[in-house]
Design a protein around this ligand. Structure first.
Ligand SMILES: [Zn+2]
Ligand SMILES: [Zn+2]
Ligand SMILES: [Zn+2]
Ligand SMILES: [Zn+2]
Length: 145
């Protein structure tokens, strides 16, 4: 029989959000919440030799319910694209953008200069020793890049 996460007493009462952690009653459930909330999720991770790790729902999941948020490994423009801001990846207007003062790549405004998405190319371009010419990019490119 499962046991209470706080006192270890056998119990059948479980957290209804995740169905995975058990409590002897409301008092211990409340007491455990600060610890439990980080892994209180309506799914568990299983493993199969054939497929590797996969998720299994531990209760019904409602339509459009968010059960997992994860940051992308990489944010980058499409391989073929019109000019975009390298901070937020929104398209930029030829009449309304700034050059990053460090590297020269186009940004839609000063608020995108410090974005972590821009850090890597900014750093590598600065190391290269010369700025990128955005004029060449905006009007269709030449070999100066
Ligand atoms: Zn208990
Ligand atoms: Zn839970
Ligand atoms: Zn931007
Ligand atoms: Zn930059």
């Amino acid at each position: 029989m499962p046991t209470c996460a706080i006192c270890g007493i056998p119990t059948e009462h479980k957290c209804t959000n995740c169905n995975q952690t058990f409590y002897c009653g409301k008092v211990h459930q409340k007491q455990h919440w600060l610890t439990h909330k980080v892994d209180c999720r309506p799914f568990k991770v299983e493993h199969s030799d054939q497929l590797g790790r996969y998720l299994v729902a531990t209760r019904s999941i409602k339509p459009f319910e968010i059960i997992l948020k994860e940051a992308p490994l990489l944010c980058t423009p499409s391989q073929v694209t019109s000019p975009v801001c390298l901070g937020c990846l929104n398209g930029i207007e030829p009449s309304d953008y700034i050059d990053c003062e460090n590297c020269g790549w186009p940004l839609c405004g000063i608020e995108c200069k410090g974005k972590p998405e821009h850090e890597a190319e900014c750093e590598f371009t600065v190391k290269r020793g010369s700025k990128v010419s955005t004029l060449a990019i905006i009007i269709g490119g030449d070999s100066k890049l």
